[in-house]
Design a protein around this ligand. Sequence first.
Ligand code: GYE
Length: 308
Amino acid sequence: LMAGAFTTLPALAAKPLVIGFSQVGAESEWRTANTVSIKAAAKQAGVTLKFADAQQRQENQVKAIRSFIAQKVDVIAFSPVVESGWDTVLREAKAAKIPVILTDRDVNVADKSLYVTLIGSDFVEEGRKAGRWLVDYAKKQPGKTLNIVELQGTVGSAPAIDRKAGFDEVIKGNPQLKVLRTQTGEFTRAKGKEVMEAFLKAHGRSINVLFAHNDDMAIGAIQAIEEAGLKPGKDIAIVSIDGVRGAFEAMIAGKLNVSVECSPLLGPQLMQAAKDVVAGKPIAKRIVTEERVFPAEIAAKEFPNRKY
Ligand code: GYE
């Protein structure tokens, strides 16, 4: 009896926290850095991480969440590929008394008690920052109309919806700025290149600006612009979002004009929030990441400091 009591207590204390995490996929440099951050932070925090890659499909995320519920993990975390369609599966998690933490992207649910917190960026503000850079760029060319093409992120995803809204809000009513075309490039290089090729075919040299919802699509588009015999960053000014290594390289090469930072390094905050929720501590409903804007002029100086 004594021996039994003696061994039970330390074993309980040492039980590691188990988090089930459903990742969107591996569509961009941002996403890869986000996955690395979450895995490294789990290891560092002594958390057992069950990691599932949804390959950009909501149905795979729903399956993963159901499997985490069946496995009785302590916390479910996920980065929802799109905003809508989560009510049912989140109600199942709630019924099983498993707290849910959102990372990176928001969901659109009527009942906000279905998740504990959202850890991530303010995408509307990122879109505004991109728009503000463009307004300043236009001011340097008074009287000139700038024709814009826009590469949107994944249709229905929070960053695509919000970045577009923030950008539109800032450029709206500016007589110099005109959006010619807007289409999804699905946050990938391949699709960014393909859609930019179509834009160039339709509008050629009348395109003055590209706004890409992420760096990867901008990098794909840079290839398309070069193949069309134009100079990215000069003939067509390019504004994008994320601030990944590839964007810094493109800025240093003079092919990208500015990248608005969106930090993927959410791992440590996720581990902290998971520990706090299990310990019954109060948590803010929204945890916003701090971010900057990097114009090409400071890219070389900032490059050595970049962590993703
Ligand atoms: O900007 C993009 C990625 O949700 C903030 O998803 C994230 C976005 C990021 O594919 O590169």
